[in-house]
Design a protein around this ligand. Structure first.
Ligand SMILES: Cc1cc2nc3c(=O)[nH]c(=O)nc-3n(C[C@H](O)[C@H](O)[C@H](O)COP(=O)(O)OP(=O)(O)OC[C@H]3O[C@@H](n4cnc5c(N)ncnc54)[C@H](O)[C@@H]3O)c2cc1C
Length: 301
């Protein structure tokens, strides 16, 4: 159901009972009670100012690392993709990108400008906001290595500019001030060669297509790599390639990917994640920690 915004202070689009399977790369999961796509940054601030202070919030970029359980999300999803799309050069080496800009657009804009360092972002199918929240990385590159500052918004709709020192940044984890979310990042890049940067992007994408099931519904790597090892190696060694629960299946091409073969529920995916975790721990004494973020409620029976 679409709700007209005309009588409200905000101008974006608010919908109710929205199927989150349409907004994540697993194409699975429950519904969001409310779903808001702001018109722009000012509008987002106005919307947040009008919310009840205990309204549960879930921030969504492209949903390439996010699953909402089948019972749904009992609050408001804030959808930044297609909304916070600012992209501007602050000087010849610093790019300011809104949270709703895709990682691939950042990689290509940077390469085009003859700057290097974030070519790895080209193959990450998410937004700048998601990359900041996850410290997304690949092929030796990591998002936060290039962050000069981030812009955030809090529950009261106030904007903040923060240096990286305000955050604890690790491998696929970032913790910072509570109840603040990313609205933009200022990224500092190195001077380089535009043609070489485009060629590196081409090579990295080709490598992904060879090694990952990029044509199937997944969330990328399900588990973080444990120190000194690879989650995919452990999962394969435990004989779990092809293991399935309902419509969820461990990929034959890359053991750290779980595929929705078409009919997977969030429960199937979560059960398979737990089963893989349990079997690897039993066999090798290593507890794999999921990288994918799971939110929302289990269905009531
Ligand atoms: C085929 C495939 C390949 C992948 N390869 C890689 C890879 O090589 N490296 C890698 O690191 N990841 C990879 N991923 C995972 C995923 O793309 C990244 O984690 C990406 O950064 C998620 O961005 P998103 O916009 O989709 O975030 P979402 O999935 O929408 O959200 C992820 C998390 O970030 C939070 N979030 C989103 N936006 C904001 C915001 N503005 N402020 C605060 N929190 C926010 C969400 O609440 C959630 O907790 C891959 C995924 C797929 C499907």
């Amino acid at each position: 159901m679409m709700v007209a915004a005309a009588t409200c202070e905000w101008r974006g689009e608010l919908r109710h009972d929205v199927p989150m399977a349409e907004y994540n790369s697993w194409h699975a999961g429950g519904r969001a009670r409310r779903f808001y796509q702001p018109a722009d940054l000012d509008d987002l601030c106005a919307f947040l100012r009008g919310l009840d202070e205990d309204e549960p919030l879930l921030w969504l970029g492209l949903g390439s690392n996010l699953l909402v359980r089948d019972g749904g999300f009992p609050g408001t999803v804030i959808y930044t993709f297609g909304a916070l799309t600012m992209l501007e050069w602050l000087n010849e080496r610093t790019l300011r990108a809104g949270s709703g800009v895709t990682c691939s657009k950042v990689a290509r804009s940077t390469a085009k400008a003859g700057l290097v360092g974030v070519e790895f972002l080209a193959g990450i199918p998410g937004t700048v906001g998601g990359a900041l929240a996850m410290n997304a990385g690949a092929f030796g590159g990591e998002t936060w290595r290039h962050v000069q500052a981030v812009e955030t918004v809090d529950r009261a709709g106030r904007l903040h500019t923060r240096p990286p020192a305000d955050y604890r940044i690790g491998y696929r984890t970032v913790t910072g001030p509570a109840d603040e979310w990313f609205v933009a990042a200022c990224l500092e890049l190195e001077p380089g060669d535009a043609q070489a940067a485009h060629e590196r992007i081409r090579q990295l994408l080709a490598h992904r297509n060879t090694t990952q099931p990029t044509q199937q519904y997944s969330c990328g790597s399900v588990f973080r790599n444990p120190p000194g090892d690879h989650a995919a190696r452990l999962i394969e060694a435990a004989g779990l390639k092809g293991a399935a629960v309902g419509g969820a299946r461990v990929s034959e091409k890359h053991a750290n990917f779980i595929i929705n073969t078409g009919t997977a529920t969030a429960a199937d995916l979560e059960l398979l994640i737990n089963r893989v975790q349990g079997r690897v721990e039993q066999a090798y004494g290593v507890r794999l920690e999921p990288e994918v973020r799971i939110s929302g409620e289990r269905p009531t029976l």
